[in-house]
Design a protein around this ligand. Structure first.
Ligand code: FO1
Length: 325
């Protein structure tokens, strides 16, 4: 690996795909130069515990303790508590492993003592020896609600309980107008020399971040490049329901649709650059015609080397855009 980069970078991330690129960035940037701002729209209360799936996925991944098979939850997990709960007839549709449960128990305990979610996250990050900053986008409860043909469903009921089967017609971020960015979010965006939108679901991972009052505006007020990495490769989502959502919302799932979703900064969007997979090379001209600089490369991250390689290329691309700015 070449020398680490010293840019101040903000990464916006949701779950598994976002966490992988954030992990790559954390390994290619000098400690302290990366701030990962994480979606909190998936958060919910379950079994009396505060569960923050995307926050935990990002933390576990950067700490090197994530489950490599599922992408979420802990590595080397056991399921005794779930088995015991199930035997008693309790709700076992949302699988919480024994090790993972420790996180939710301690987070819930600290929150009940008056800590904020961002304070708890910072405490956990230190305990897990993560050297980069990780912040939930907001300390307020702004749950994503999914409008479907089965009615309005809280996100985890749609995603896990119903296995993303209902047809999606829209999304709502409850309480968003009354929410504020968590401490550190605005500062990090103002200081950023590059903003990277990780390959997360645009509808339910990135939009809930940009919807928190002030966040989108701060990104736009900073003249630095904003680069998105497409989570759609060859018309399919690498993981999760993004492609299905695009179809159901009336769009063809493609890298182009993702670029159009975020839009171009000089018009009324947010992006200056777009990173897409080799498989979608044919679309790059069309995306350039929108007014975006493009990087076509291998974006599928199967190994840790893939994460570092993609991060390295995104940072080099970002530096080129900074020079052109
Ligand atoms: N996803 C599932 O598909 N099934 C589960 O039982 C499940 C449990 C779970 C527990 C803790 C956690 O942090 C995440 C968990 N996830 C599970 C993943 C999660 O709900 C989604 O991947 C995200 O919300 C989407 O980014």
């Amino acid at each position: 690996m070449t020398n680490k980069h010293s840019l101040h970078v903000v990464a916006l991330a949701g779950g598994v795909g976002g966490a992988k690129l954030a992990h790559g960035l954390s390994q290619t940037l000098i400690p302290g130069r990366l701030t990962v701002i994480v979606n909190s729209g998936d958060d919910f209360e379950h079994l009396g515990l505060k569960i923050c799936p995307d926050l935990d996925t990002v933390c576990y991944t950067l700490a090197g303790i994530a489950n490599p098979t599922t992408g979420w939850g802990r590595w080397d997990e056991s399921w005794n508590a779930m088995e015991s709960l199930e035997r008693l007839g309790g709700p076992a549709w949302f699988r919480l492993g024994d090790r993972d449960l420790g996180t939710h128990l301690e987070r819930t305990r600290l929150l009940s003592k008056g800590w904020t979610l961002s304070q708890v996250t910072d405490e956990f990050r230190r305990a897990w020896k993560i050297e980069q900053t990780i912040i939930p986008v907001t300390d307020d409860f702004v749950p994503t609600m999914v409008n479907t043909d089965m009615g309005i469903l809280p996100f985890q009921e749609y995603f896990v309980k119903q296995q993303c089967r209902p047809v999606v017609t829209g999304f709502r971020f409850n309480n968003v107008d009354y929410s504020n960015p968590a401490p550190g979010v605005v500062d990090a965006i103002q200081k950023a020399e590059l903003v990277v939108i990780c390959p997360s679901n645009p509808w339910v991972s990135i939009d809930p971040i940009l919807a928190i009052p002030g966040v989108r505006m701060e990104v736009l007020s900073n003249a630095c490049p904003v680069i998105a990495v497409s989570p759609i490769i060859g018309g399919r989502a690498v993981k999760g329901p993004a492609a299905k959502m695009y179809l159901e919302m009336g769009f063809k799932p493609s890298a182009l649709s993702v670029a159009e979703h975020y839009g171009v900064r000089i018009i009324d969007g947010i992006l200056s650059g777009f990173v897409m997979d080799n498989k979608d090379k044919k679309m790059s001209m069309e995306i350039q015609k929108m007014g975006l600089q493009t990087l076509v490369t291998k974006t599928l991250m199967k190994t840790n080397d893939d994460r570092k390689q993609l991060a390295q290329e995104v940072l080099e691309f970002g530096k080129e855009l900074i020079k052109k700015n």
